[in-house]
Design a protein around this ligand. Structure first.
Ligand code: KG4
Ligand code: ZN
Length: 343
C-alpha cells in the first residue's frame, strides 16, 4: 500500500489530499477562490497564483495533521503540473518539488486532465480499462478512449469554447455569479427547458467534435430580446448542452467498443448531464460510471489517485519536470480548427 500526498493548483481551487493506493482518502481539503475572482466575472491568473502561494502551505499541514501522517511516512508527492494557468501550476509543482526533495520522496508531475480521467476509478473499483470518457470541465470538452494509465486516444474535442466555459458565459449573460455551472443548474430547476429555441451546434454532424460558441451567441440574443424569463433561458441552455453531449457521445460510441461510458470534470457535477449520459449508456448497452459531484470539480484527491496509478506503473518524474500551460493527453491527436490552445 502506497501513500500519496497530492497538490492541485491549476486554476482557482487550491487543494491538498492524502490518498492511498487502496483507494482510501485519508484527508483532503479544497479552498476555492470564488470570492477573490467574482468582482472580475472570471478567474484572474495573477490573483489565482498569489492565492495558491498563501493557501497551499496551510492545506498541506492540515491534511497531514488530520490523517496523523508525518511527511516521512508518505511514499510519493504528486503535484498537478498542467495544463492550466501557468502561474498556479508553477506554485503547486514547485511546492511538490520542495517537499519531494526535502523528504527524499519521488515526485509525480500529474496532468490535471489525467486526474479527471482516472478519478472514477478512485471510487469505482470495478471500472476497468478501456472506457470512453466525456471530459467536460472549464477548460476542456473532449471524448477520450482511456486505454490505460498514460494511454489516451482523443476522439473529439471542442472547436471553440469548453462546456464549462459555455456555462460560465451563459451565467454571466443572465447576471448570475461565477462559477456559472452550479448557478445555471439551480435556476434551470425552476424553468422550462423547451421555452427558448436554442441551437445544438454540430448535432447530427459527421464530424466528431463539439462547439458551444454559437449557443452562447443565441443565449445573448434571447436575453437581450427581453422575451424570456431567466429560469427558462437557463433551463433551455442546459438542455441544449445536454443534447450536444448525448449526440456527440452517441457518435463516439459508434467508433469505440469500450465496454464502459464515463463522464468526469466539473460539468459532470450537473445532475441533468449525469442522468442523460447514464440513460445513453443504458440504451447503448455500456456500463456507466460517474464520480460523486465533489470528485468532478477540481480537487487533490483525483491528483493523488492519478499519482497512485502512475507510481504503481513506475512512472515517476525528475525534479526538472516543467509546469505546462498546454499539455494534451493524446499527443498524436490532430489540432482542430480553433482548438489549438485547449489541448
Ligand atoms: O473541472 P473543473 O472544476 O475545473 C477545470 O478543470 O476547469 O470545472 C469547472 C467548470 C466551471 O466552468 C463550472 O461552471 C463547471 O465546471 N461546473 C458546472 C457545475 N459545477 C461546475 N457546470 C454545470 N453544472 C454544474 N453543476
Ligand atoms: Zn479540472
Amino acid at each position: 500500500m502506497a501513500l500519496i500526498l497530492a497538490l492541485e493548483s491549476s486554476c482557482d481551487d487550491s487543494a491538498a489530499a492524502l490518498v492511498s493506493s487502496d483507494r482510501q482518502i485519508l484527508a483532503q481539503a479544497v479552498v476555492g477562490q470564488n470570492e477573490a475572482h467574482r468582482p472580475f466575472g472570471g478567474v484572474v491568473p495573477e490573483i489565482a497564483a498569489r492565492a495558491h502561494v498563501e493557501i497551499l502551505p496551510d492545506l498541506i499541514r492540515q491534511v497531514l495533521h488530520e490523517a496523523g501522517v508525518a511527511i516521512g511516512e508518505v511514499d510519493a508527492i504528486a503535484a498537478t503540473a498542467g495544463p492550466g494557468l501557468i502561474g498556479g501550476g508553477m506554485v503547486g509543482l514547485l511546492a511538490g518539488k520542495g517537499l519531494a526533495l526535502s523528504a527524499g520522496k519521488p515526485l509525480i508531475a500529474v496532468n490535471h486532465l489525467e486526474g479527471h480521467a482516472l478519478s472514477p476509478r478512485l471510487v469505482d473499483r470495478s471500472l476497468d480499462f478501456p472506457y470512453l470518457l466525456l471530459l467536460a470541465s472549464g477548460g476542456h470538452c473532449q471524448l477520450l478512449e482511456v486505454r490505460g494509465v498514460g494511454d489516451y486516444r482523443r476522439l473529439a474535442t471542442t472547436i471553440d469554447d469548453a462546456a464549462g466555459e459555455a456555462f460560465d458565459k451563459a451565467a454571466k449573460l443572465l447576471g448570475l455569479p461565477y462559477p456559472g455551472g452550479p448557478a445555471i443548474e439551480s435556476l434551470a430547476a425552476e424553468g422550462n427547458a423547451k421555452a427558448v429555441p436554442l441551437p445544438r451546434p454540430l448535432v447530427g454532424s459527421k464530424e466528431p467534435h463539439f462547439s458551444f460558441a454559437g449557443l452562447k451567441g443565441a443565449v445573448q440574443r434571447a436575453v437581450t430580446s427581453g422575451e424570456y424569463g431567466a429560469a427558462d433561458v437557463a433551463a433551455s441552455f442546459q438542455q441544449a448542452v445536454v443534447d450536444c453531449f448525448v449526440d456527440r457521445t452517441r457518435r463516439a460510441l459508434t467508433v469505440s467498443n469500450a465496454p464502459s461510458l464515463v463522464v468526469a470534470g466539473g460539468v459532470a457535477a450537473n445532475c441533468a448531464v449525469r442522468s442523460a449520459l447514464q440513460a445513453l449508456a443504458e440504451q447503448e448497452g455500456r456500463r456507466f460510471s460517474v464520480p460523486p459531484a465533489w470528485l468532478c470539480t477540481d480537487n487533490a484527491a483525483m491528483i493523488g489517485w492519478a499519482g497512485a496509478e502512475r507510481l504503481a506503473a513506475g512512472m515517476i518524474d525528475g525534479l526538472d519536470a516543467p509546469a505546462r500551460a498546454r499539455w494534451p493527453l493524446d499527443d498524436s491527436a490532430e489540432k482542430v480548427r480553433g482548438a489549438g490552445v485547449k489541448g
